[in-house]
Design a protein around this ligand. Structure first.
Ligand code: NAP
Length: 279
């Protein structure tokens, strides 16, 4: 049976360290979150981020807009936050309402306040093999989890399923920067199951059941990023956990794997940007 990559346990350890660090800081970081529209999942995510930040001693402000907000209104607000010295981190909750160009919005954020690491500047640094101000939260969380369990990355064949800007592309790049050999797959990939079989480390970020029994080679490390509700309304990941955990060497569960690491990384990034702001 595979070793479980316990994201909750590592998140709690990270939170404890962060709380101790924040308790000693004379001034605290402030995270500003922009939430546009009435997507219920986004509202839950933003609430969790705010509550978690406050529990640790990070200040937070949430700026809410109705779904008919204009791109200009959001961009004007971001410019105001960029110029506000008391705001040290800015996050735009995605997805934005359909009429808004998310790239225009994200690229307005000052790179040194870009807590999700999604501006063109920070992505460009990552893709050039340089250090961005901070790394995108979910990929960073995945790397922290692998490192916690001493899983070697260098020289390994990492197969990433999914090529979103949020997860697939940055995690593939971070793996490449750690000297892995990386294959990125997507909805047009042919012979997906054959490629999955060659993975030493498999990272699945699709949002559908794509990894079943007999898909992986023995002792593969499996990271399941996907979260979705199945036909019965149950939360599940991309990977058939019960079956795949019989042959994997390590596996991250859903829930309790990558999800807690994403929020832990957001809090780490918030504190890292604050420290940069005080240099
Ligand atoms: P996304 O933007 O929808 O991207 C999904 C990717 O999967 C796309 O690149 C798509 O390919 C690819 N894909 C779709 N069907 C496929 C198939 N049959 N085989 C191989 N690839 C396929 O999603 P995302 O934002 O990256 O998120 C992915 C999943 O992770 C979702 O379930 C999301 O909820 C979850 N997530 C979890 C966390 C966390 O903290 N745990 C954080 C972020 C996301 P194309 O590019 O060709 O369309």
């Amino acid at each position: 049976m595979a070793i479980i990559l316990d994201g909750k346990k590592l998140r709690d350890k990270i939170f404890e360290d962060l709380k101790n660090k924040l308790d000693k800081m004379p001034q605290k970081p402030t995270l500003a979150v922009i939430l546009a529209g009435d997507n219920p999942a986004s509202q839950i995510y933003v609430n969790t981020k705010k509550k978690t930040a406050e529990k640790l001693g990070i200040k937070s402000v949430v700026i809410e807009y109705p779904s008919n907000v204009t791109e200009k209104e959001i961009i004007d607000k971001i410019n105001e936050l960029n110029n506000d010295k008391t705001i040290t981190a800015i996050l735009v909750q995605l997805p934005l309402p359909g009429h808004i160009n998310k790239h225009n919005v994200l690229d307005t954020i000052l790179p040194q306040k870009d807590v999700d690491g999604l501006t063109a500047f920070n992505c460009g640094k990552l893709f050039a093999g340089e250090k961005p101000y901070v790394y995108p939260c979910t990929p960073k969380g995945i790397l922290l989890l692998l490192d916690e369990y001493n899983i070697e990355i260098e020289g390994k064949h990492v197969v990433v399923l999914g090529r979103s800007n949020l997860v697939g592309r940055p995690v593939a790049q971070m793996m490449l920067n750690r000297n892995a050999t990386v294959t990125t797959c997507h909805s047009k990939t042919k012979n997906l199951t054959d490629i999955i079989k060659t993975a030493d480390i498999l990272i699945s970020a699709v949002g559908k059941s794509v990894v079943g029994e007999n898909f992986i080679k023995n002792n593969c490390v499996v990271i399941d990023v996907g979260i979705f509700k199945d036909e019965t309304g149950h939360i599940r990941g991309d990977v058939d956990f019960d079956k795949v955990s019989k042959t994997a060497s390590h596996i991250s569960p859903v829930p309790g794997g990558v999800g807690p690491m994403t929020i832990a990384s957001l809090m780490l990034n918030t504190v890292e940007l604050y420290e940069i702001s005080t240099l």
